[in-house]
Ligand binder design. Sequence first.
Ligand code: SF4
Length: 449
Amino acid sequence: MIGASIRARKASMWPYHPSLLATPVPRYTSFPTAAELTPHVTEQDFADALASASGEISLYLHIPFCERICWYCGCNTGAANRQQRLVSYLDALHREIALVAALLPADARIGRIAFGGGSPNAIAPSDFTRLFDALAEQLPLDDPIVSIELDPRSLTEEWRPVLKAVGATHASLGVQTFAPHLQAAIGRIQPVEVIERSVALLRMAGITSLNFDLMYGLPGQTEEDLAETLDLASEMRANRIALFGYAHIPHLIPRQRQIDATALPDQWARFRMAAIGRHQLIGAGYQPVGFDHFALPGDPLAQAALSGRLRRNFQGFTEDQAPVLIGLGASAISSFPDLLVQNEKNSGRYRMMLSQNHLAPALGKRRTKDDQRRGAIIENLLCQGRTRVDAPLLQSAFERLAPYVQMGLCAVQEGQIVLSDAALPYARSIAAAFDPYRQDSARRFSSAV
Ligand code: SF4
């Protein structure tokens, strides 16, 4: 039995080239990335972009509160322990909905609504219902697909009718690991029964696409720990699994200082865990989607990957095809074909700007034609594993691509760059060859695996 497991692990291994993984790279959930946003954006820029956002639009609403803060978390969120702060944040969100609704053109159609955070279930179910009612009354909803991120630790029975009433079909649970000693090491205790109860509740509420966020690279985590967590996740038939490498960057995320850095697995151990995890999930019937997502056959994400319609946005790999994403709430990012805009991150300042009936853009970036061209190349490489590139752009990237070509991780064939099957852990690094903003990224991004 042990011999079979070792053979399976060997079969799952990608070729390991540590020097090609040495430079931290962005996750490329947008291009240019959030690191390129600057204060050179005005409220008028944002208003103009909203006024020309016709056709299909997706919405994202950010709820920056959680019942308990996990030590590893890099999200813009805070403790939901001050009622007045929650009330005034929700007031601001209602105002922002009204301002955006007044600017959208008549032919705009909202096809998706995603609630994220933080934990949207940190607010009261009645407040959530009021928020959804405001969206339905003021915005041109077009039978939207509704998705929500949830903290299983605070998912109470009251949420079941609420999720059913708004027609939510997609949900994502922060699970991370089922191993109790790892949960203690990252400050997130949630017994397996809590997840089982949440899964049952969500299925009864009508959730047909349920995602588990899981992590490898945790302090003290072994390959056996990861294998047991993946077994449990697949036994619970999560429709999607996102298997992320934990990024330890305490100089940027101070709450991570509570994590014992001396117990973190090294790059080789992380690499093995990513490979073994992928192998195990494929063996359990999941289809790989991009470099870190997995979906059961039949799930819309698996279908998008199979049919070449996979996209990448701020939530990771997605089947969402809308060209415009409007982000509402503190720190939320809106994405238009030629503009990125991020709302004020500080929720106090965000509330103040909305209380004066102003939109709250703080950072932004015009997407030049060159940015759009490079963004499409990066997205194609990450989503489809191949991309067409014109000769001058290929020439400009060739020096950075050369080591990957030499190692057989990608090839240039008739004006296309094609990634090999072994290139997945290197995909972001290969994509970075087309990113002119990445000269010195050592401190700002996470490891490539
Ligand atoms: S529940 Fe999620 S968003 Fe909240 S602190 Fe934990 S990881 Fe972060």
